[in-house]
Design a protein around this ligand. Structure first.
Ligand code: THU
Length: 160
């Protein structure tokens, strides 16, 4: 028997103004996407912006339906949109922002488990990690260097 330690690291910024020019620009795109979310049931709006190495920025936001489980997160809307438009794409980075109509979201909102799993597929395929930068509506911003660092012991195609 042996015990292993798994660790990850992240940079915490005081707010969006501390981000690099490129990260700031991408986060503003995520905010732009967030403002167009269709989330009348949860009233929780999420926007995602993917920067690709061809310079394209692909946006996504959460889309809900009256049959609640039949909705989709912003991150998966963005990644599947990008994958369908640019099947050979290399993702450079992902920015995420979330806000709520019922409360001020002042904590960084990371991607949900299902989105982490989906995003990991693309990070593995492109053989290069991509940073994820996430925030709420205001306040601190978190930047992690890779998706897989958010998903230890992840499931991948090697098991199939
Ligand atoms: N949501 C996202 O878009 N991304 C996440 O990573 C977490 C949750 C959406 C799904 C749903 O429309 C709303 O936020 C509340 O869960």
């Amino acid at each position: 028997m042996r015990k292993i330690e798994i660790s990850t690291s992240a940079i915490i910024y005081k707010d969006i103004s501390e981000l690099s020019a490129e990260d700031n620009m991408l986060m503003n795109k995520a905010i732009e996407a967030r403002e167009k979310a269709y989330a009348p049931y949860s009233k929780f709006n999420v926007g995602a912006a993917l920067l690709l190495d061809n310079g394209e920025i692909v946006l996504g936001n959460n889309q809900e339906s009256a049959a609640y489980p039949s909705g989709m997160c912003a991150e998966r809307v963005a990644i599947w949109k990008a994958g369908s438009m640019y099947p050979e794409m290399i993702i450079k980075k992902l920015a995420i922002s979330a806000s709520s109509l019922t409360a001020k979201v002042d904590k960084p909102v990371g991607p949900c488990g299902a989105c982490r799993q989906t995003l990991s597929e693309y990070e593995i395929n492109q053989k290069a990690p991509f940073p994820i930068i996430f925030m709420g509506e205001v306040g601190q911003v978190v930047k992690t260097e890779s998706l897989l660092s958010l998903l230890p012991f992840s499931f991948d195609s090697s098991y199939l």
